[in-house]
Design a protein around this ligand. Sequence first.
Ligand code: ZN
Length: 224
Amino acid sequence: MASSLMYTQKVNTEILTGMDNSKIVGDTIQLERETYNAFIKMKDAAEKDGIKIKLVSGFRDFYRQQIIWNNKYKKFTKEFLLDGPSAIKEIIRFSTIPGTSRHHWGTEIDVIDKNFENEKNLLIAKKYEEGGIFNSLKKWMDKNSEKFGFYIVYDDDDKRPGFEYEPWHYTYKPVSNLYHTEFLKLDLKSIISKTKLAGKEFINEEFIKKYIDENIMGISSHLK
Ligand SMILES: [Zn+2]
């Protein structure tokens, strides 16, 4: 309880939307402090079992997500000549709206097996299944990750809306559950309107409501 109180008191809008990285620690591995410590413990335990976990994505800030978004928006509207709303619909199949990524919290990890780090197109669900190069990592994670606080977010439950199945993406539940609760209190429309997000004029109340219902709430039932 002490830790949850500490977080609800200190987590503000900038931290929740990736505009403030003051809670992030680490150099090559950048994560929120408690997540970082838990991740290192899990990584060491895995190594003892012969599994080498490699983090390919941890903390990602708002500005980096905004560059990704704006580049895609430009491509879809200028090259493929889509109108604004259609371009946005296309972008959010694979990318989050800047300010709304769980990676902004520093509590999320995308992991692969270090033995195969030079492979192309690492984050493909099939590679984590039986016969895939990341299957032994996946089996170890299935058996052990929750002991360290890490849970799958975008699971393979057919009834779950929002983003597709991501077997590589785990969250550090003790911290991210609090962030998620606080995040839902934010006025996203007002936050987005103050950014330099391309196409922000098409992100209206109705769009945001649907996005929250499907993409933000479309997480594993183990996290609810
Ligand atoms: Zn991820």
